[in-house]
Design a protein around this ligand. Structure first.
Ligand SMILES: NC(=O)C1=CN([C@@H]2O[C@H](COP(=O)(O)OP(=O)(O)OC[C@H]3O[C@@H](n4cnc5c(N)ncnc54)[C@H](OP(=O)(O)O)[C@@H]3O)[C@@H](O)[C@H]2O)[C@@H](O)CC1
Ligand SMILES: Nc1ncnc2c1ncn2[C@@H]1O[C@H](COP(=O)(O)OP(=O)(O)O)[C@@H](O)[C@H]1O
Ligand SMILES: [Mg+2]
Length: 281
């Protein structure tokens, strides 16, 4: 087991070459946000923009469009109810996030299955929130369609649903066994988040705390992981995932020095400054 530390950020976050453009920093597609949980996919999209993704497209329902564009005008929109638009968006993306606020309706199940079916081997897929619960009901889809480069970001209850391991019995040995069967990276979110990689290495997070316990905190993490995977290619993708998870909690910890609670939107706003500091040292 390795402890993730600040040193890792220096390996991953570099100054940008002068001759580069938005196409060099990742096309991120975020899928989610039903009527009740629109904020989740907006936070994911906004986190991706603020963590440096070159182009972010949010696939959500029309009801969320004006809120999306008010909060993060940098993000583009595709209508989650428009099959043709979704097909094209899935085709073009480098990194896909599915699940924040998606809900578990039959339409949500359909879009999850479509995403798995269309997934290309060059693409990264981050599965979070409602999509993890859908996955727990349809493990056969996952085994049939999924390719490598899939990252699951469950909290302990979502992991219980997917792995069938009760929260109290979620030890590294048991978690690793199921993760290896799934053949996906697993970011198990909790106090002391643990990341299980395909090569069986286990990375442990020793930053972050209860000031992060606000709805939307995990949704925000998905956007940071997506942006990092879209733009940082000088190390292995496992290292990039570790660096993204560390950034989310280390930044929250920094902000907690002067704030009783740290909101997802505060983390989002402070990402560019935090990343600049890491790129300079
Ligand atoms: N603003 C928005 O739009 C927001 C939208 N959201 C979206 O909502 C959707 C549903 O996601 P969800 O996580 O809220 O619900 P669910 O999957 O039922 O899990 C909760 C259950 O698990 C249990 N639990 C045990 N351990 C836990 C742990 N370590 N961390 C957390 N929970 C833990 C917990 O136990 P309890 O609280 O009862 O003690 C409870 O029984 C999803 O799409 C998400 O993206 C949210 O992000 C909020 C902001
Ligand atoms: N006590 C805590 N210590 C460390 N991290 C925490 C704590 N409480 C919450 N978090 C972090 O907040 C995030 C919560 O994720 P999640 O439950 O998926 O949130 P949501 O679905 O509401 O966006 C995770 O990254 C988790 O590690
Ligand atoms: Mg969540």
């Amino acid at each position: 087991m390795t402890e993730i530390n600040y040193q890792l950020l220096k390996e991953v976050i570099h100054s940008r070459p002068l001759e580069s453009h938005k196409g060099n920093y990742g096309r991120v597609l975020t899928i989610g946000g039903n009527l009740n949980f629109g904020g989740a996919i907006i936070m994911s999209s906004s986190a991706a923009v603020h963590a440096g993704a070159g182009l972010v497209t949010c696939a959500t329902y029309r009801e969320n469009l004006s809120a999306l564009h008010t909060i993060v005008p940098e993000a583009m929109f595709v209508d989650l109810a428009n099959d043709q638009q979704i097909t094209a968006a899935l085709e073009q993306a480098d990194v896909i996030v599915i699940g924040p606020g998606l809900g578990e309706s039959s339409a949500a199940e359909k879009i999850f299955k479509k995403t798995l079916t269309q997934l290309q081997s060059r693409q990264f897929l981050i599965i979070d929130g409602s999509a993890l619960t859908i996955l727990s009901h349809h493990q056969n889809w996952f085994k049939r369609f999924a390719k490598q480069k899939i990252i699951l970001t469950p909290h302990q209850m979502e992991w219980q649903r997917v792995s069938q391991i009760p929260i109290k019995k979620q030890t590294d040995t048991r978690n690793l066994a199921v993760q290896q069967e799934l053949q996906a990276t697993v970011v198990l979110k909790k106090f002391g988040t643990t990341i299980y990689h395909l090569n069986r290495t286990i990375a442990h997070l020793n930053v972050g705390g209860p000031y992060m316990a606000t709805g939307g905190m995990g949704d925000t993490l998905t956007g940071i992981i997506a942006a990092f995977l879209g733009q940082f290619h000088q190390t292995t993708y496992e290292t990039v995932v570790d660096a993204a998870v560390y950034t989310h909690s280390a930044l929250a910890q920094k902000l907690s020095a002067t704030n009783y609670v740290v909101l997802p939107s505060q983390i989002i706003k402070n990402l560019p400054n935090f990343m600049l500091s890491a790129s300079l040292v």
